[in-house]
Design a protein around this ligand. Structure first.
Ligand SMILES: Nc1nc2c(ncn2[C@@H]2O[C@H](COP(=O)(O)OP(=O)(O)O)[C@@H](O)[C@H]2O)c(=O)[nH]1
Ligand SMILES: [Mg+2]
Length: 460
């Protein structure tokens, strides 16, 4: 499979396609300078083959005698580059046609179109970064809040890798000590030595548990939560959405049924990206377009992590509200009583029936209660504020492996305490070592690598 080939030259457009000031075509591999030499004319008339590492050159990309684009060429020679191979980045003007043309020229001269994430894959296969760092690159690209960016960039700079590599070394030491003893059947571990090793094993397991302690919160920061605003028409759902966003995004009118489609936006909820959708009111209706809107709203509710049920403070509960309470019965939800600026006519006893205890009271128009609503949602998901300066395990793959490792170490501690066969204990410790190595990408299958890198975009 091409994916694991390292000896050819790959090329991709690394910036997003669309009109923009500049666009970058990136190439990596041993052949880049030879390819560039055939399509780039330097203003100074120099040959690309003579360019020094980490230099920038002004000139033109040409096809035969035609100028395709005026460009800046960045040359980075191996090994101090992203992939540890020769890299050239061609800074073109941002138009799609020019970029595609430059890309095609590179292919014509011998480069191959890169697969998604293939530049980062090469960085990993060439040992410049480990797998947690490659995954951090993904998370940086995907980061939706400053906090999720912070977690990812710490991971990229090796915060998590350092901890895990440290634990690996300790385990390797213990394993070799065990193996030394196992080589001489008549020998046993001295009692004092055994105590020291037991302590070491416990400490390593504790360190793993520490990394795992805030996984849930860490993952929330990266992946975010999905919320949906639901309620009958005209209770102020769209107004509330705008209030939560802090700017007007959704059309608000006094005509019921204006919002017919689902509008989704991301709100930064104390570091957690909350993807929130405003929906059409949930009602029984004969209007076909309205029916479609209602159906979509129901679908949104189904997939949401949390539903914000909006009621109108100025009127009493009606059958549409009750219908909605039925819909969210088995879902995480928060009740929001809106339009409190109009006075409260809603009878709180009516909503108690539905198990509503502390509804948030808001006025979307006067921007009242909005912060309280945000805080309530935040607290539903985050048990405590987490310290972003210590490494945390955020992705599911790491979480599983770290917890397997910790379980294996606990078994090792138990077996060693009970003086069971040392072979057995050694096996437990080896299992822990393999699991930690997996996180770092030292012992992973092609499937895992494929599933990670297929999530990248092309050009990264
Ligand atoms: N007085 C008052 N009016 C509101 C409030 N929130 C929304 N409205 C008004 O209620 C009407 C319906 O609002 P809209 O957000 O479109 O409701 P939706 O149909 O649930 O999306 C509009 O005229 C809004 O200006 C509020 O908190 N107080
Ligand atoms: Mg609306």
């Amino acid at each position: 499979m091409d994916y694991y080939k390292l000896d050819d030259t790959i090329v991709a457009i690394s910036t997003s396609l669309g009109k923009s000031g500049i666009g970058i075509v990136r190439m990596s591999g041993a052949g880049v300078l030879k390819i560039v030499d055939q399509i780039f004319s330097s203003k100074k008339g120099e040959s690309s083959l003579s360019f020094q590492s980490h230099t920038i050159h002004y000139g033109f990309i040409t096809e035969d005698i035609d100028v395709v684009d005026e460009v800046l060429l960045s040359v980075m020679r191996a090994p101090r580059t992203y992939t540890k191979q020769d890299i050239v980045e061609i800074n073109c003007h941002g138009g799609i046609v020019a970029l595609r043309k430059v890309l095609n020229l590179c292919v014509q001269k011998g480069a191959r179109l890169a697969n998604p994430g293939e530049f980062t894959l090469r960085a990993y296969l060439n040992g410049r970064i480990d797998l947690t760092q490659a995954e951090a690159v993904l998370n940086i690209i995907d980061a939706k809040t400053e906090e999720s960016l912070k977690v990812a960039s710490r991971q990229l700079s090796g915060g998590l890798s350092d901890v895990l590599n440290g634990l690996r070394e300790k385990l390797i030491e213990i394993i070799s000590e065990f193996e030394a003893v196992l080589d001489f059947p008549e020998e046993e571990i001295e009692l004092s030595r055994k105590k020291i090793i037991l302590n070491k094993l416990k400490n390593i397991s504790d360190e793993l548990k520490n990394l795992l302690k805030h996984s849930k919160e860490g993952r929330l920061m990266q992946e975010g939560i999905k919320g949906v605003i639901a309620g009958r028409p005209n209770v102020g759902k769209s107004s509330l959405m705008n209030a939560l966003l802090g700017h007007d995004r959704v059309i608000v009118t006094s005509t019921p049924g204006t919002t017919r489609d689902v509008v989704e936006e991301v709100i930064d909820l104390g570091g957690i990206p909350l993807r929130i959708a405003d929906t059409a009111g949930i009602i029984e209706t004969k209007d076909l377009i309205e029916q479609e809107g209602v159906m979509r709203a129901k679908k949104e509710i189904e997939i949401a992590d949390i539903v914000i049920v909006v009621l109108d403070a100025s009127s009493s509960l009606n059958k549409d509200d009750e219908f909605l309470f039925q819909q969210v019965k088995n879902k995480e939800h928060i009740v929001c009583i809106n339009k409190i600026d109009l006075g409260i006519n809603l009878n709180f006893k009516d909503i108690k029936k539905y198990g509503v205890k502390n509804p948030v009271q808001t006025s979307a128009i006067k921007r009242l209660g909005v912060e309280e609503l945000k805080e309530k949602i935040y607290n539903l998901f985050m048990d405590e504020k987490i310290d972003l300066s210590t490494p945390i395990v955020t992705n599911l793959r790491h979480q599983e492996a770290a917890s397997n490792a910790s379980v294996a170490l606990d078994a090792a501690v138990k077996n060693l305490t009970q003086s069971l066969y040392l072979e057995l204990v050694t096996q437990d410790v080896k299992t822990a070592l393999v699991e930690i190595s997996k996180i770092l990408g030292k012992e992973v299958t092609e499937d895992i690598i494929n599933s990670i890198f297929s999530r990248f975009c092309i050009g990264k």
